[in-house]
Design a protein around this ligand. Sequence first.
Ligand code: ADE
Length: 233
Amino acid sequence: MRLDVVSIFPDYFAPLQLSLVGKAIDKGIIDVAVHDLRDWTHDRHNTVDDTPYGGGAGMVMKPEPWGEALDALEGAAPQPMTIVVPTPAGRPFTQAMAYELAQRERLVFACGRYEGIDQRVIDHCAERYELVEVSLGDYVLNGGEVAALAVIEAVVRLLPGVVGNPASLVEESHSPEHRLLEYPNYTKPPVWRGREVPEILFSGHHAKIAEWRLEEARRRTAERRPDLLADPE
Ligand code: ADE
């Protein structure tokens, strides 16, 4: 998979070199290119924003640098582009969307700042490419960078060869096979600061352990995320 990221803060993406995503780059599973939007400006101050038509607080990202950036990226590689725009006005990002995006050949993350990107850029993307506007949650970040990092990590770990043991993808919270929050996990020592590991986990009785874990997962989900139990999807 090829990933392009366009941002006015390319340094935000240095952590992509770490951990599983970094290893996926080293193994050639993904190819990542981070671009500075200001490279597609032509004025002395490398201006990327301007005041909103109609008035109001804040600034809006100008369409011209985005248009040039998208044209350049389109010409740089042959794969069809899926444009991902992180925005609090997007569809809530879910594990199902991560699985869907993991099928794509090329993802281009367009990270907005300020009050967002001129709507005509979004409309242009919708017409010319596949476009996905995603929100990380019902809160406002300073820009799309942190959301893009989260989406990249969620997608890349689903690609074959990235996570060492693919069985771990099945049991985890929000996996399509198992729409429950994950059960609690324990490791050695058996007693820590007077707190014991639940007895059942020493029993070696796999069916009973599986039943206990499912019960714990259901209990947690009912307590913390009753919406997941109510949603038949
Ligand atoms: N940009 C600013 N806030 C955001 C959010 N909640 N999700 C995605 N992108 C954002």
